[in-house]
Write a protein that binds this ligand. Structure first.
Ligand SMILES: [Zn+2]
Ligand SMILES: [Zn+2]
Length: 263
């Protein structure tokens, strides 16, 4: 499958900067982004205008994404919105997810299915195993690898961008889900950890225009354990990630979050 190397949210990159009160049909792309990631409710706003609801949503987005809270679609906000990011929402209809939860058991199983077309062999599976070891070192949890036919709790693999269980089209890198009692993608097992193999290039380590598998896996597995997106810039659970970089070590905010879930 060819890699499209899609720029993240390229339609947003060409929307003109806008203050509260501005009308511009292109603002629908910004509003679409705010809706997709949980900041703006369905029919609560005027399409193509920085109205009151859109201003509030922009301020919430800015607070959670390390951007000064202006309520305007300004340059820093446009830069943040056009960064590659996780496909899971940051908020649930404008509020923190109320249903953050832990697994009811401490021994989890996982399996791999489809590997990435970007690598020779399956070093990406070993990268994911490394990220599982990193989480297992922070809390009393075990992860045992099984075959994909053995009813695993977690099923890990590479998918097309238009993934049927949760779309990754347009600049999102990967998605997972939360534990069974608070899932947003599926109520069934296995829980998915899916990487977009259409629009991005995957690498083992930092590489130009590519994303480090272990870095993104560490973030997605945080969701599997029950963590939401963090507003701490530099934390593993922050929603955006840069190409050509690695972040393979849990940060204090991540450790505090997971130890609260699994004391
Ligand atoms: Zn995420
Ligand atoms: Zn999926």
């Amino acid at each position: 499958m060819p890699d499209g190397r899609v720029e993240a949210f390229s339609q947003i990159a060409s929307v003109a900067l806008a203050e509260p009160g501005t009308r511009d049909p292109e603002l629908k792309y910004v509003q679409g982004f705010l809706q997709r990631f949980g900041y703006l409710g369905g029919n609560s706003f005027t399409p193509g205008a920085v109205d009151e609801k859109t201003t509030e949503a922009l301020m919430k987005y800015q607070e959670r994404n390390a951007v000064p809270s202006t309520g305007s679609f300004d340059e820093l906000t446009r830069d943040a919105m056009t960064s590659a990011r996780c496909a899971l929402p940051d908020l649930d209809s404008g509020v923190e997810f109320s249903a953050r939860c832990a697994w009811p058991k401490r021994a989890l199983t996982y399996a791999f299915d489809v590997d990435s077309t970007d690598t020779t062999g399956t070093p990406e599976f070993e990268a994911v195993r490394n990220s599982l070891r990193t989480w297992a070192a922070a809390v009393q949890l075990t992860f045992t690898e099984v075959t994909s036919e053995a009813d695993p709790d977690i099923l890990i693999g590479w998918r097309p961008a238009n993934d049927p269980d949760h779309s990754m089209v347009g600049g999102t890198l990967a998605h997972a889900d939360f534990p069974p009692d608070c899932g947003v993608v599926t109520t069934n097992l296995p829980k998915p950890v899916h990487f977009d193999d259409t629009e991005h290039v995957w690498s083992i380590g930092a590489a130009a225009n590519a994303f480090d598998v272990e870095t993104v896996a560490l973030h997605e597995l945080g969701h599997i354990l029950g963590l939401q997106h963090s507003n701490v810039n530099g934390a593993v659970m922050f929603p955006t990630v840069s190409s050509n970089s690695t972040l393979r070590v849990l940060q204090p905010d991540d450790v505090a979050g997971v130890q609260q879930l699994y004391p």
